[in-house]
Design a protein around this ligand. Structure first.
Ligand SMILES: Nc1ncnc2c1ncn2[C@@H]1O[C@H](COP(=O)(O)OP(=O)(O)OP(=O)(O)O)[C@@H](O)[C@H]1O
Ligand SMILES: [Mg+2]
Length: 261
């Protein structure tokens, strides 16, 4: 077990406002974290620091044992997988699904003149199979449904065999069938001891895949509670994080939340 992330007193300030406020956080390689919190709580900003895309304004953030601002971070970027809908906009619409995944090997979006080894192509095909995408191999990214795109972006994020996988709202906008299928894939991935550490942002406790171990609740840039899911995902903690009376229930490894009436 190794330390994947270590945040000490991390704040992120924009326009004089603390988007993230004095955060302390440790993630080990065996852990799978969910981040929950209202709109604007700072979830995506937190993931972007974890992806080495943003530096904290104060405090210290180490990712894969490199401290942001003190180490050469280009070297760790390809050890981090990051799938978000913002990325979806950067993939050319006429890129094939295979190339969308394959180009992650060179850290580029859109195939140009790079050469790829057979081993890369075979790995991309294996990843496509793993995420139920082989039938879309030659489809164009721009023609895919939202659910298919989300899976392609996750496949792209795992193409480089990352040591940490960051997912920003992977199930947002999916229909219930597509959501459940994606959760099943994420469950299988999260449960494997060979998978990397995972950090997933979501808005719904129903979208926490089995196999996830920890949760951070974030409100207005501050951690309201963090730790093992069974201890932290309580009605009391969700109520104080979301500011409405919520009742949490769970069954068979899945969670639900609804308003107390
Ligand atoms: N570059 C920036 N300049 C100013 N404000 C910013 C900047 N980036 C983010 N913010 C603000 O910081 C807050 C947190 O944004 P962030 O995208 O991290 O929230 P979030 O928790 O991911 O929200 P959502 O659930 O809606 O995706 C928001 O109020 C946002 O407007
Ligand atoms: Mg967000």
């Amino acid at each position: 077990m190794s330390v994947v992330l270590s945040f000490a007193d991390v704040s992120l300030v924009r326009d004089g406002r603390a988007i993230l406020n004095h955060l302390n956080w440790h993630v080990d390689s065996s852990q799978r974290w969910v981040i929950l919190g209202p709109n604007g709580a700072g979830k995506t900003s937190l993931l972007r620091i974890a992806a080495a895309q943003l530096h904290p304004s104060q405090g210290s953030a180490s990712i894969l044992e490199k401290t942001l601002g003190k180490s050469e971070i280009s070297e760790i970027r390809n050890r981090i997988g990051f799938a978000s809908s913002a990325q979806s906009k950067r993939i050319p619409a006429n890129e094939s699904v295979l190339d969308t995944v394959l180009t992650a090997a060179h850290g580029v979006e859109g195939r140009w003149n790079e050469t790829y080894e057979n081993i890369d192509i075979r790995r991309a095909e294996r990843v496509l199979a793993e995420w139920n995408l082989l039938e879309f191999r030659d489809h164009l990214f721009g023609t895919l449904s939202d659910g298919e795109r989300k899976r392609v972006l996750i496949a792209r994020a795992v193409m480089t065999d990352p040591e940490v996988l960051l997912l920003d709202e992977p199930a947002a906008s999916l229909d219930v069938g597509a959501r459940e299928q994606l959760l099943q894939l994420l469950e299988g991935y999260a449960s494997s001891p060979f998978s990397p550490a995972m950090i997933m942002v979501t808005h719904h406790v129903e979208e926490i895949p089995e196999g996830f171990t920890h949760v951070m609740l974030l409100k207005e840039g501050r951690v309201t509670a963090a730790g093992e899911i069974a201890d932290i995902l309580t009605s009391e903690n969700l109520t104080s994080t979301f500011g409405v009376p919520l009742l949490v229930s769970h069954e068979g490894g899945r969670y639900w939340a609804r308003m107390v009436r």
